[in-house]
Design a protein around this ligand. Structure first.
Ligand SMILES: O=C[C@H](O)COP(=O)(O)O
Length: 249
């Protein structure tokens, strides 16, 4: 059976308690494709409220980041064990904004991923190249390097990982990768997974696309065979997120 199409909404550092509540009520009252798994990632401060507002719905919540140490003097951080304790099922790790603005290395992302999995969290693992890397034909070198750093620490079980391919040049720019550009990288990630992950896991893996996904481009992207979902930023704050969740209908 093909894995379920996955749509994540990454709210980033946006919104108020009131706007978040309104957005969630739009989502819970909308008719969403039952064959799609929907996860929203509000800012940390809003996570528990969102989780409560989503009770009884099929929409789950995700943290936008987490630290791999269980506890201690790490001001400003939230740990994977605290997410687990609060029954937050998902966490986004390795987002390019974390990598570029907050200096997270491939190894740090791998540490976090391994720790998150060992605390029973599901992980949306982001990978992707910058414009400069794409223009110097290094897209797959970068993506494979990022994936391999994680595989080194998580050699066996990727069943709780969703890989989000997010070309940095397409994030928040309105410059979406063409369906062909995205498909090419997704297919190469699946090839990597076939070769490097234990038998049977590539078939279960979901590789989703992120970068300026919107109501107007989601259907064409979703029609590509290797695009098994989206990680949506800006448009996840708008009612059009419902259309994106329903891209396969
Ligand atoms: O996590 C989501 C990505 O950064 C995409 O953001 P965007 O849809 O605003 O381009």
């Amino acid at each position: 059976m093909a894995p379920k199409f996955f749509v994540g909404g990454n709210w980033k550092m946006n919104g108020t308690l009131a706007s978040g509540k309104e957005l969630l009520s739009t989502l819970t009252s909308a008719k969403l494709d039952p064959n799609v798994e929907v996860v929203v990632a509000p800012p940390a401060l809003h996570l528990l409220g969102a989780q409560q507002a989503l009770q009884g719905s099929n929409i789950a919540v995700a943290g936008q980041n987490a630290y791999h140490k269980a506890s201690g003097a790490f001001t400003g951080e939230i740990s994977v064990s605290q997410l687990q304790d609060a029954k937050i099922p998902w966490v986004i790790l390795g987002h390019s904004e974390r990598r570029t603005l907050f200096g997270e290395s491939d190894e740090a992302v791998a540490d976090k991923t391994a720790a998150a999995l060992s605390h029973s969290l599901r992980v949306i693992l982001c990978v992707g190249e910058t414009l400069e890397e794409r223009e110097s034909n290094k897209t797959m070198d970068v993506v494979v390097r990022q994936l391999e750093a994680v595989r080194k620490q998580v050699p066996e079980d990727w069943s709780k990982i969703v890989v989000a391919y997010e070309p940095v040049w397409a994030i928040g720019t309105g410059k979406v990768a063409t369906p062909e550009q995205a498909e090419e990288v997704h297919a190469a990630i699946y090839k990597w997974a076939q070769e490097k992950l234990p038998k049977g896991q590539a078939e279960e893996l979901r590789v989703i696309y992120g970068g300026s996904v919107a109501g107007k481009n989601c259907k064409e992207l979703a029609s590509k065979p290797s695009i098994l979902g989206f990680l949506v930023g800006g448009a996840s704050l708008k009612p059009e997120f419902v259309d994106i969740c329903n891209a396969k209908l």
